[in-house]
Design a protein around this ligand. Structure first.
Ligand code: SF4
Length: 235
């Protein structure tokens, strides 16, 4: 069966800091974050053509030496059962792999780490680790123990990682962000992403003004009490 690849960005310098990478987008997601910018991949992936992996493979072979790695994004890639097979095929090309994930599938994450199929994990922490709040932000049922397990797996692994939160004014307060930072105690890196009201899954988000940059920076400074590094992105 073909891998559910519904998007491919051949060149990016911003999705993996310090690397020249390309991005493979897999379809489907178990969350419905209203601020999501991948609504077609999440809600109606069947409307997009599937890109054969062989085409991407050929491109990567041609660009050998020019591309450092492949970012696997989505949607939520860890929902795809054959993800290890896809990553093995990418590994065979001698490339590094970064995984973007929402952390809801710790078993898959464990397998990828054990099999040395990822070099960097970027895990979204959508809200403080409290069931009601998390469900409210992602508009789906969430098993908080799974998110905690993924956090532990990532922090106890040997791969590079970052945790990140999109700071959406209507959904998260600055004390919420500090609660998240507290639950990531000792983490290498926590990134606060500025909310962008353009092209969101929930069109009502379009009128929502992002937090002032100064406020985000102040919050990042306070969060450094709990994590080794906290920065603001997208400002
Ligand atoms: S932001 Fe990520 S986790 Fe949320 S709906 Fe979009 S793809 Fe899924």
């Amino acid at each position: 069966m073909a891998h559910p690849i519904k998007g491919f960005n051949p060149h990016t310098l911003i999705d993996w800091e310090g690397k020249v990478a390309c991005v493979v987008y897999l379809s489907g997601c178990n969350f419905r974050c209203p601020f999501c910018h991948s609504s077609v991949l999440v809600v109606s992936p069947q409307s997009l053509p599937t890109i054969p992996f062989e085409r991407i493979e050929r491109f990567l072979q041609e660009k050998q030496g020019w591309i450092d790695g492949v970012v696997i994004g989505g949607g939520e890639p860890t929902l795809y059962e054959q993800l290890p097979v896809l990553l093995e095929d990418i590994r065979k090309l001698g490339l590094l792999i970064k995984l973007d994930t929402n952390g809801t599938m710790p078993e898959m994450l464990r397998e990828l780490l054990l099999r040395n199929l990822i070099d960097f994990v970027a895990m979204d922490i959508k809200a403080p680790l409290e069931e009601e709040k998390y469900c409210q932000v992602v508009e789906r049922k969430v098993v908080i123990s799974d998110i905690r397990e993924s956090i532990d797996l990532v922090m106890n692994s040997v791969v590079e990682y970052e945790f990140r939160t999109t700071v959406v004014p209507a959904l998260l307060t600055m004390p919420d962000i500090l609660k998240i930072a507290q639950s990531l105690h000792g983490a290498q890196k926590y990134v606060l992403q500025q909310f962008n009201p353009k092209d969101t899954l929930d069109k009502n988000m379009a009128t929502l003004a992002p937090y002032p940059v100064d406020e985000l920076k102040k919050c990042a400074k306070l969060a450094k009490e709990f994590v080794k590094d906290c920065s603001v992105r997208g400002i």
